[in-house]
Design a protein. Sequence first.
Length: 117
Amino acid sequence: MRHHKKGRAFNRPANQRGALMRSLARSLIIHESIATTEAKAKELRPFIEKIVSQGRVDSVANRRLIAARLGNDDEIVKKIFNTISPRYATRPGGYTRIVKRAPNAVNARENAYIAFV
């Protein structure tokens, strides 16, 4: 039974799942829109929205927390605090949008785009 088992496992160990989320979050921050599977997009949404919400308050502590969560990349942290988070200063949440795409012809996986609103 999966009682209180939050999140998807993606058939990966915990360290690989964390690396996957960091990688997807970095790509989304850099390109502001990415194509991935629907399950990965749904799992990425709360991860990235917490980062954007934290980036709305520009402080040294928040910069360090976001850098630690995304892997100490100064350019990505600067983009969050200078470009992405100010865009949503008055928005109470819901910074991303998931749009479903046609299934993959090879393995019939549900695909989706995830992008900032």
